[in-house]
Every structure is written in structure tokens, then in C-alpha cells.
Design a protein around this ligand. Structure first.
Ligand code: NAD
Length: 256
């Protein structure tokens, strides 16, 4: 379905971003990976799906590096047809204890980077009159939890950015939608499981159950594969009139 298209997925060396990159590659899209840590493993996984893959190590907190990444993607594959703004970090603390530097980093990486990548991707999408922008927000773009002020602010912000991007391009074949996962067992969440296990003297399994029980009625983690399937749907012709939605995949979290 996406043969000949190019998808750039930020923060795709791990977790949800890698899951979405693989799902888009399975549909034939060439992939530009981004993120820190192991790069060769994810590159090999994407190559094995029979598409072209490139990597750019831009730090999403730095506008000039995002500009370099977008230029690299265009130089390598012609243009970015599908942009997935996924890179994100977390920090958990009450507002009065929240490190200012962590607030700035979360807003930069989880919100401002999506503005930069979107503004840089849109001109070529408009020229082609086709584009898909998918923002990985969170159920925390819809509801809040204590001790996650920066994350909740950034995720509510990206849901707003999603709507504006959708509206400004509503008469073209460029759509923008957000995905709002509940708990997904990636390194970002494993850190929170570990913190709970340590603080309460629990096993890994007990801490996972407690985390799910607090928020997610299905008692199941959403998987990167499920999120990848939703991203593929947003890229499909059937989704052409799905515009500006914030679609939760959260086991009923926000339904409560
Ligand atoms: P993860 O830690 O597994 O992956 C994060 C990715 O972002 C990695 O590839 C990492 O290298 C990259 N990254 C981090 N800082 C970066 C920076 N400055 N520049 C470039 N890349 C950077 O986390 P994940 O759980 O897969 O999270 C991906 C997205 O999904 C985030 O936006 C997160 O907020 C969102 N999300 C996660 C969950 C969850 O339960 N895991 C739930 C809802 C939303």
C-alpha cells in the first residue's frame, strides 16, 4: 500500500517508534530512522522487510539538528511523505520538585520537535498534494495524572497542534492525526515499573499489575504492533477524511 513512499519516524530506535516504522515498512514504505542507542539492530530489522532504510541521529531537542535531519531525508529519498512525530521522554515528580531542566527537555522533545518537523515537512507534502502526519501523543493528551506536569502539558499541546495541522490542510490530501496510547511496555514505562517495584518492595510482575490496575481497565498493555496497525490505517485511502482526531488505544483508560 505504501510502496514508493518515505516515512520518517522520530525516536524509532526503540519501543513504539520502532513498532510503527516496522508496520509502515511492511506496507512497502522506505524508512528514515532516528533516535539514540542501538542503531544497527533496528536498521537490520527494517532492511529485512525489503525496503530501503536510512538513519539520522538528530537530537529532537535541537532545532538545527531537526532541520539537518529533514534535509537528509529529502536528499536521501526525495521527500518525506509520512512524518511520525514520536520521540518522547518522561520525568515523574511533583510540580514543586520538578527540575526546570527536565521541564524544558520534555517540552522541547515531546512537543516543540513536532512543530519543527511538521513545518519542515509540509512544503514538499503540499507540492505532492499527499502527506500523512501522525503525532504520537498519549492518553495523557486527553486526561492527566499527578506528578507528570511537563508530560501532560506537552501531550495536551501536541493534541492541539494535531488539530491545527489538520485544519490548515483540510482541503488537501494531507492529514494529521494523533495516537493516544495507554500503557505500552517499552523502556520508558519499564523505568516506572522499576521505580514502583523498588519503592513498594514488589516483584516486576506485581508492579506491572499495579500500574495497569490503577489506570487501564483492560489490564493489558497496548503493543507497538497494535499502534503500528493504527498508523497504517491513518495512511490508507480509507482514512482520508479522518482529520485532527486524537485516537486513544488505552484499554478503556480515558473512558472512565
Ligand atoms: P522509548 O523510550 O522506548 O523510545 C523513545 C525513543 O525516542 C527512543 O528511540 C529514543 O532514543 C528516542 N529519543 C529520546 N530522546 C530523544 C531525543 N532528544 N532526540 C531523538 N530521539 C530521542 O519510549 P516509547 O514508550 O516507545 O515512547 C515513544 C512515544 O510514545 C513517546 O512520545 C511517548 O511519550 C509516547 N507514549 C508512550 C507510552 C508508553 O506507555 N510507553 C504511552 C503513551 C505515549
Amino acid at each position: 500500500m505504501l510502496k514508493g513512499k518515505t516515512a520518517l519516524v522520530t525516536g524509532s530506535t526503540s519501543g513504539i517508534g520502532l513498532g510503527i516504522a516496522k508496520a509502515l515498512a511492511q506496507q512497502g514504505a522506505n524508512i528514515v530512522l532516528n533516535g539514540f542507542g542501538d542503531v544497527e539492530g533496528p536498521k537490520a530489522e527494517i532492511s529485512a522487510l525489503g525496503v530501503k532504510v536510512a538513519y539520522h541521529g538528530a537530537d529532537m531537542s535541537k532545532a538545527p539538528e531537526i532541520e539537518a535531519m529533514m534535509k537528509f531525508a529529502a536528499d536521501t529519498f526525495g521527500r518525506v511523505d509520512i512524518l511520525v512525530n514520536n520521540a518522547g521522554i518522561q520525568h515523574v515528580a511533583r510540580i514543586e520538585d520538578f527540575p526546570v531542566e527536565r521541564w524544558d527537555a520534555i517540552i522541547a522533545i515531546n512537543l516543540t520537535s513536532a512543530f519543527h518537523a511538521t513545518r519542515l515537512a509540509l512544503p514538499a507534502m503540499k507540492e505532492a498534494n499527499w502527506g500523512r502526519i501522525i503525532n504520537v501523543a498519549s492518553v495523557h493528551g486527553l486526561v492527566a495524572s499527578a506528578e507528570k506536569s511537563a508530560y501532560v502539558a506537552a501531550k495536551h499541546g501536541i493534541v492541539g497542534l494535531t488539530k491545527v495541522t489538520a485544519l490548515e490542510n483540510a482541503t488537501s490530501d494531507i492529514t494529521c492525526n494523533a495516537i493516544c496510547p495507554g500503557w505500552v511496555l517499552t523502556p520508558l514505562v519499564q523505568k516506572q515499573v522499576d521505580a514502583k517495584a523498588q519503592a513498594m518492595g514488589l516483584s516486576n510482575e506485581e508492579a506491572k499489575k499495579l500500574l495497569l490496575g490503577e489506570k487501564e481497565p483492560s489490564m493489558q498493555f497496548t503493543t507497538p504492533e497494535e499502534l503500528g496497525a493504527l498508523a497504517v490505517f491513518f495512511c490508507s485511502p480509507a482514512a482520508v477524511n479522518v482529520r485532527g482526531v486524537a485516537w486513544n488505544m488505552d484499554g478503556g483508560w480515558a473512558a472512565q
